[in-house]
Design a binder for this molecule. Structure first.
Ligand SMILES: Cc1cc2nc3c(=O)[nH]c(=O)nc-3n(C[C@H](O)[C@H](O)[C@H](O)COP(=O)(O)OP(=O)(O)OC[C@H]3O[C@@H](n4cnc5c(N)ncnc54)[C@H](O)[C@@H]3O)c2cc1C
Length: 426
């Protein structure tokens, strides 16, 4: 019977190491040197390298990449368990070389890049010498890829890209822009003439691509197949977001429990008030459900692929957003006025909760995908009544027993007695 929720001791030892390392090294370091991983200052860089060398020694660098793509090949389930630890610390994913949006872009390069493309871009990205962004959403439409217009025209040995993108996270700071055109995904160095980054928004950029010329070999994967690549990228990205969101929910939960045991009101520790208990109990149950769902989905990906696990990935995506909204709200509320300040992580977590229902596809679209896919496993019933219509089921059951009743009239009488009893209760 293969149904086991335990973690093998060797891997648990790794998780324990990651937990100690994040708590004792990464968190204090990033509180003093925020955004250090991208710093160009040689002293800060040297300190970051020292920490990252320890991560590499543990074999925990670029943990998101499968073995055949050049990573340690932990698979999604173990990655989920690792992200559950790392995701508590905002700076940790970058320290571990496992932060979006670079991870998804590296996965694409690893899966679809030519040897030359991997040498030129993947290796330096893995070493954090190059940073990237993913340029897919357009100003006139995000949820519906059929509205995208950005197009790359072939001109001799070059592609010429024209279009406009919206909400390219960290585009301003990226060396490489992975641009989804209607006819393929192209790698555009940000410095290429014709790439214009608009002043607003600051972090998720509006970018105009005007006659942007790139060499022919900057096409990633086959021409015309942008949506397959995008799906692969986003499918992986969504489950990784869910893993880190689980970690954020657990952090919020720990904060609400600690506070509820520490604060008094109306003659009681607040944890003794039933409505506080309700928030704790509901949050606990939601997190347990989310955790199982995330890890089971990760396990399913390991058994098949992101494409085959699409329905569950979509369901996990909107579920994690819902649980984050619920749990971060409960935690904020239990922290009272303190929860509304930026003196703890709760306020930012709660403010970011709606984002999780929009980034990587809005909840509504994922819900529609889930419903559509789930309904493929069903058929309409024949006639007026559903399959579970009890009078019809009773009739069919009686017909099944009729030969027995023929042989044993006593049994028929007993069955008729049961029928009268049930009818009287209805
Ligand atoms: C923090 C963050 C980071 C992001 N990073 C990137 C990035 O790096 N690169 C990138 O390309 N994009 C990025 N995005 C953009 C993201 O992919 C889009 O926001 C998302 O796809 C939704 O598109 P939209 O914002 O244009 O919303 P719209 O498509 O305009 O949708 C708005 C609303 O309309 C409703 N709606 C839309 N379609 C349906 C439907 N089919 N059924 C029911 N209701 C519907 C929903 O209520 C939805 O919220 C990011 C977004 C966020 C919030």
């Amino acid at each position: 019977m293969a149904w086991d929720f335990s973690t093998e001791p060797e891997f648990q030892a790794k998780l324990d190491w990651v937990s100690d390392f994040c708590k004792n090294e990464i968190e204090p370091f990033s509180l003093v040197f925020p955004y250090a991983v991208r710093s160009k200052n040689p002293k800060v860089k040297a300190m970051v390298k020292e920490l990252q060398d320890q991560i590499k020694e543990q074999g925990l660098w670029a943990i998101f990449l499968d073995r055949e793509l050049g990573g340690p090949g932990y698979g999604q389930l173990k990655l989920g368990l690792l992200n559950e630890v790392i995701g508590r610390y905002p700076a940790a994913p970058q320290f571990f070389g496992a932060a979006a949006p670079d991870t998804g872009n590296m996965e694409l390069l690893a899966a679809y890049g030519t040897d030359e493309q991997k040498e030129r871009w993947l290796k330096p990205m893995l070493n954090q010498e190059l940073w990237s962004a993913y340029s897919m959403t357009e100003p006139q439409g995000g949820s519906d890829p059929k509205l995208f217009k950005t197009y790359a025209e072939r001109d001799g040995d070059e592609w010429v890209i024209n279009g406009e993108k919206w909400f390219t996270s960290a585009g301003r700071a990226a060396d490489l822009l992975f641009v989804m055109c209607t006819n393929g995904i192209f790698i555009v160095p940000r410095e290429t003439p014709g790439v214009e980054i608009m002043p607003e928004p600051r972090s998720h950029n509006h970018i105009k691509y005007t006659n942007v010329r790139i060499p022919a070999d900057h096409l990633l994967g086959p021409e015309g197949d942008a949506r397959t690549l995008a799906q692969r990228r986003l499918g992986g990205g969504r489950i990784h977001h869910a893993m880190r969101t689980l970690a954020r929910c657990e952090l919020a939960f720990d904060m609400m429990c600690e506070r509820s045991l520490s604060r008094q009101s109306h003659g009681k520790i607040i944890s003794e008030h039933q409505m506080v208990q309700e928030k704790i109990a509901d949050s606990y149950a939601s997190i347990r459900m989310l955790r199982l769902f995330v890890l089971e989905t990760a396990w399913k990906i390991d058994q098949s692929s992101t494409a085959e696990t699409r329905t569950d990935i979509a369901a996990v995506k909107f579920t994690m957003a819902k649980v984050l909204r619920e749990v971060s709200f409960n935690a904020l509320h239990i922290l009272g006025s303190l929860g509304t300040t930026d003196l703890t992580p709760i306020q930012a977590m709660y403010a970011s909760a709606p984002t999780m229902g929009i980034a990587d596809g809005v909840d509504e679209v994922h819900k529609a995908t889930v419903a559509r896919n789930v309904l493929k496993g069903y058929e309409p019933h024949e006639g007026l009544w559903p399959t579970e219509y009890l009078p019809a089921k009773r009739e069919a059951a009686r017909a099944k027993f009729e030969p027995l009743f023929e042989k044993d009239p006593e049994l028929r009488k007993i069955a008729e007695g049961y029928a009268r009893f049930a009818a009287a209760r209805r």
